[in-house]
Design a protein around this ligand. Structure first.
Ligand code: SF4
Length: 692
């Protein structure tokens, strides 16, 4: 037992891990952070936390932290520590030289959903105003970009509909492609509380996740579909709703458009549960029972994750879920809705801040003359009307030689992005790679300039969680590097000839609020007063908006969209007979850069391949054996664990460790609308690695 004693100082801040956005009291003795205590008044967590937020903050003071800027001429040279002035001058000069030689569009930036809203805002502003192009993208490209697209098309706003509290009023909860117990633990507890009170649960997932059967919780239905067949399943659910007369006629007539055409499509026999059973692997009777349960729920609500978005039909699936919710009248009040569970702390915020190459802050398209003029006038710089390069386009352009300079902020693309051999080939071809991060990560192996970043404990700003809740992040200690991350970005822009200066992140938020109607009422002062605010927050909703689309949809009428199922090109073959799907585990977080540098690593020291006993036995694989996992784009070696959580023919692994590198095998297939990679479906072969 460690006697901690009374803290000398307490700072209320926000967890830097998942999209739940738990509020914590950071307790310090002197300058040392001794404890993170979940804040009972935290809007998202109400005093709860998980093992990541509560215990895994030690990475912030880990000796691997780089604290000085570093440069090198070639990636085979050793790093040289340099002054901030030299590093920033080098970045600015070399970016300008590249643009001089190869054109203004030859450079760009990738921002991070782990960074604050204010940091993301200045990165996209630097790209648009100082670089003079729209080549800015965010790591949300590879997770929830289909959410942004799909919910905008159908509802008019690229965000979830509800606050977390709303789940307490749900009668039926439909969880699709999400594993909240591991990915969003504090919200999972809220959901389980409601389930213990009697709400019914439907799980749609290839894997038998914890929610399907855990102490005191059992799903009424588990639709254990084949990976890649989501759209066929959601269409079959909607088919039952339409053909069995379960449509909420009043809601559809008064609130929606496009119903008749959609209903004709969805009622066609090829969308029936019986017709798609051979495709999805889900018994038709189970689909019918699940559809009836959801449609007759009273309050039916949908929560979904990357198992929905990371597919070649990710955007189609998001719209399919929106169709289902509208058809049953499950939008616009407490206890219902369509809710993306965001993986990272600030996925919602990074998208809100205009870090996509086609959108300015507030999801306004760069081709909109009025909006572009507004930003041009405020920033004193012209904004291009043409969308810039998405992340995969940047990689392709790097390989063909037209994209020569990249600023990567808080994102380890050389571990997180699919088809890693393509990613690393692209990075190798880029003349100037600038990485701003805490650690020399996998991407930094290809960098020429390393700008040391600040941990969340050293930041002032805001994160926006999965329920659109803007939470304050407050510095517990000054930046160990001597510079805030937003300052670094502003100094690069200034050195490139576009002056950018703020005295504090609150000034950046004031600019965001002035330029973004959904943030009009947001300020640090208002956040300090209210604790947190869910956008939209403006004159009409000064305290924010917990539930959206109450009287009408943001776009006016909710729009039904035809969502035809199209099989992914990534099909199994004789050579690659199994399907790999990926996910995460409670104790670890994404590429593991943070959690692997804490005690949490002991709980998951390596990524394992879950394989069904039947598939294991066919290959002579026993528990703990090393296996070779190969797809048509790459191969890796990892340890097998035998489990019947996956059906026969499907294997599963996590992607937290660079040594294993699950993304060595994932492919370039991506969502048709947004290029979100199809991480969830890779045809693979698994073979025992013979013992030496
Ligand atoms: Fe942090 Fe998410 Fe855990 Fe909350 S649930 S403590 S936000 S990782």
């Amino acid at each position: 037992v460690v006697e901690l004693g009374m803290p000398s100082r307490t700072v209320i801040t926000t967890c830097a891990y998942c999209g739940v956005g738990c509020s914590f009291k950071a307790e310090l003795r002197g300058t040392e952070l001794v404890r993170m205590v979940p804040h009972k008044d935290g809007g998202a967590n109400e005093g709860h936390s998980c093992v990541k937020g509560r215990f895994a903050f030690g990475y912030a003071t880990h000796p691997d932290r780089v604290l000085s800027p570093m440069v090198r001429d070639s990636i085979t040279d050793p790093w040289r520590e340099v002054s901030w002035e030299f590093a920033i001058e080098t970045v600015a000069r070399r970016f300008r030289e590249i643009q001089g030689a190869h054109g203004p569009g030859s450079i760009g930036a990738i921002s991070s959903s782990r960074c604050t809203n204010e940091e993301v805002y200045v990165v996209q502003k630097m790209v648009r105003a100082a670089f003079g192009n729209n080549n800015v993208d965010t790591c949300a490209r590879v997770c929830h970009s289909p959410t942004g697209y799909g919910l905008k098309q159908t509802f008019g706003e690229s965000a979830g509909t509800q606050d977390f509290k709303s789940v307490a009023l749900a009668d039926v909860i439909l969880v699709i492609g999400a594993n909240p117990t591991d990915g969003h633990p504090v919200f999972a507890s809220r959901m389980k509380r409601r389930l213990r009170q009697g709400a019914q649960l439907i799980v749609v997932d290839p894997r038998r996740i914890d929610l399907v059967r855990s102490p005191h919780v059992e799903a009424a239905h588990h639709l254990q579909l084949r990976p890649g067949t989501n759209v066929a399943v959601v269409n079959a659910l909607a088919h039952v709703v339409v053909t069995e007369g379960l449509v909420s006629r009043d809601f559809v007539a008064s609130r929606c458009e496009g119903y008749d055409e959609w209903a004709t499509f969805i009622a066609s026999p090829e969308n029936s549960p019986e017709a798609v059973e051979g495709i999805t692997g889900v018994p038709a009777a189970t689909v019918r029972a699940a559809a009836r349960l959801y449609a007759n729920a009273g309050n039916g609500t949908i929560y979904y994750g990357l198992g929905v978005t990371e597919h070649s039909q990710g955007s189609t699936m998001v719209m399919g879920l929106a169709n289902l919710a509208m058809a049953t009248g499950n939008v616009g009040r407490d206890g219902v809705g369509v809710n993306p569970l965001r993986g990272q702390n600030n996925v919602q915020g990074s998208c809100d801040m205009g870090s996509f190459p086609h959108e300015l802050p507030g999801y306004r398209h760069v081709s909109d003359d009025v909006v572009r003029e507004l930003f041009s006038a405020r920033w004193g710089a012209p904004i291009l009307a043409e969308p810039g390069l998405r992340i995969p386009n940047m990689f392709d352009a790097a390989i063909d030689g037209s994209f020569r300079g990249l600023f990567v902020h808080g994102e380890d693309i050389a571990q997180s992005d699919p088809n890693l051999s393509h990613v690393t080939a692209a990075l190798s071809a880029i003349e100037l790679v600038v990485v701003q991060d805490l650690f020399l990560n996998e991407t930094a192996k290809f960098a020429h300039v390393f700008l040391p970043g600040a941990s969340f404990l050293e930041k002032d700003g805001t994160f926006t969680n999965a329920e659109r809740r803007i939470n304050r992040v407050r510095a517990v200690m000054p930046p160990k590097t001597g510079k805030s991350e937003w300052e670094i970005v502003c100094e690069i822009a200034t050195a490139m000839g576009y002056p950018m200066a703020y005295s504090h992140p609150s000034e950046i938020m004031d600019e965001i609020a002035a330029m973004t109607p959904t943030f009009a009422g947001v300020s640090f002062e208002a956040l300090d007063k209210l604790g947190s605010i869910q956008w939209p927050c403006n004159a009409a909703a000064p305290a924010g908006t917990p539930v959206m689309h109450v009287d009408s949809f943001v776009r006016g009428r909710g729009k039904f969209v035809r969502t035809a199922y199209v099989a992914t090109e990534e099909q199994t073959t004789r050579r690659f007979p199994l399907v790999l799907t990926t996910g995460r585990i409670l104790s670890q977080y994404n590429v593991g850069a943070q959690t692997r540098r804490t005690g949490n690593v002991a709980w998951h020291p390596e990524d394992l391949l879950e394989i069904h006993p039947h598939d294991a036995s066919e290959r002579g694989v026993s528990e703990g054996d090393l296996v070779r996992l190969a797809s048509r784009v790459g191969e890796t070696t990892l340890r097998a664990t035998i489990s019947d959580r996956m059906p026969v023919g499907v294997v599963y692994t996590t992607f937290h460790h660079p040594v294993t590198g699950a993304n060595v095998v994932t492919t370039e297939h991506s969502d048709w609308a947004t290029n979100c990679p199809e991480y969830k479906v890779t045809a693979v072969q698994v073979a025992l690695v013979p013992a030496k």
